[in-house]
Unconditional design. Structure first.
Length: 327
């Protein structure tokens, strides 16, 4: 069937390949159009076999030479019937246990006795012949520190940005719950550490913040503006009660009482008020700050376990006095 592109037609006959260009400016244009029709492989295959002639009308005719037709056919044929796998890529199946005449009868090529002759001789993954495997030869990378804690960092620049955007109220005590609810920190695991990066940009006065730890530069920047920093200890239970008290209310559970440090290094840290602002080093100021925090919690409708215990003791005392008066 004839094909056309840019006024070039190609027709294939049984004995020749003829190309004629209608109103072609040059034979090169006709050849270029022909090669675009045939593709790159056609260009490589047809160049040695085309013979150019010109008719009386000035049309260029390219004819396939008769003696080269067979060579072109051999070169361009796909040869699907002659395809075969590469040498050495396939092997004949070895049938074992079919008699001595095959050469693989009896022991089936495995020899006599031993691990390799028995069934199920494939060892488990990682077996190295009985020697100490490499998975046990070397210790694991690093070491486990049971006292290590993971603190979420909070820079003063970010705290000031959150205050400027009114995402945190600086007139109330700022605890880790306010930081988590405002998305100033994410994924608190063991607590929050206040860092002094951006201390020159911090300009909010009279800020009261309660975190797990604080750097000395952050403490100095806040206290220069008449603020207060208190570092308080939280274990996992009290930290969860601080961050998500609604989960305790959903299970009809009271909020746990404040925890105190157990490890010696924690006692040393939270008893140092001069350098680390530990709440155990200045119990008067720390109790005042925590009273402000409890007042804010009461305004939000939180119920503290200590308040309930005090109320129960007061009722018990009142009932005891009433019983004594009756008797």
């Amino acid at each position: 069937m004839p094909c056309s592109e840019n006024n070039v037609q190609l027709t294939h006959y049984t004995h020749m390949l003829v190309v004629w260009a209608a109103e072609a400016r040059s034979s090169a244009a006709a050849m270029a159009s022909l090669f675009r029709l045939l593709g790159r492989s056609g260009l490589n295959n047809l160049v040695p076999f085309l013979q150019k002639t010109k008719t009386s009308a000035g049309i260029d005719v390219y004819t396939l030479q008769k003696e080269s037709r067979l060579d072109l056919l051999k070169r361009s044929a796909s040869g699907l019937s002659g395809l075969k796998p590469a040498k050495g890529s396939t092997h004949s199946r070895k049938r074992v246990g079919r008699g001595q005449g095959s050469g693989y009868g009896g022991t089936a090529g495995r020899g006599h006795k031993g691990q390799n002759a028995n069934k199920g001789n494939s060892p488990r993954l990682g077996f190295q012949g009985g020697q100490t495997p490499i998975t046990r030869l070397f210790p694991k990378r690093g070491a486990f520190n049971p006292t290590q804690v993971e603190m979420s960092p909070l820079n003063l620049s970010q705290l000031q940005l959150w205050i400027d955007q009114k995402r945190i109220d600086p007139t109330k005590p700022i605890t880790m719950k306010e930081l988590l609810d405002s998305r100033a920190v994410h994924g608190i695991k063991d607590g929050v550490k206040l860092l002094g990066k951006g201390a020159s940009d911090f300009r909010t006065p009279n800020v009261t913040i309660v975190v797990s730890r604080a750097s000395q530069s952050a403490i100095k920047a806040i206290e220069d503006l008449h603020g207060t920093v208190v570092c308080k200890f939280y274990n996992r239970l009290t930290l969860r009660a601080l961050l998500k008290p609604h989960r305790f209310a959903a299970k009809n559970r009271f909020l746990p009482a404040d925890a105190h440090p157990i490890r010696k290094q924690d006692w040393v840290r939270y008893a140092d008020w001069e350098n680390r602002r530990g709440y155990l080093g200045n119990p008067t100021l720390a109790s005042q700050v925590m009273a402000q925090v409890k007042q804010c919690r009461a305004e939000l409708g939180w119920v503290n376990r200590e308040d309930i215990a005090a109320e129960v003791r007061a009722r018990a005392t009142q009932n005891r006095h009433s019983a004594n008066a009756t008797n």
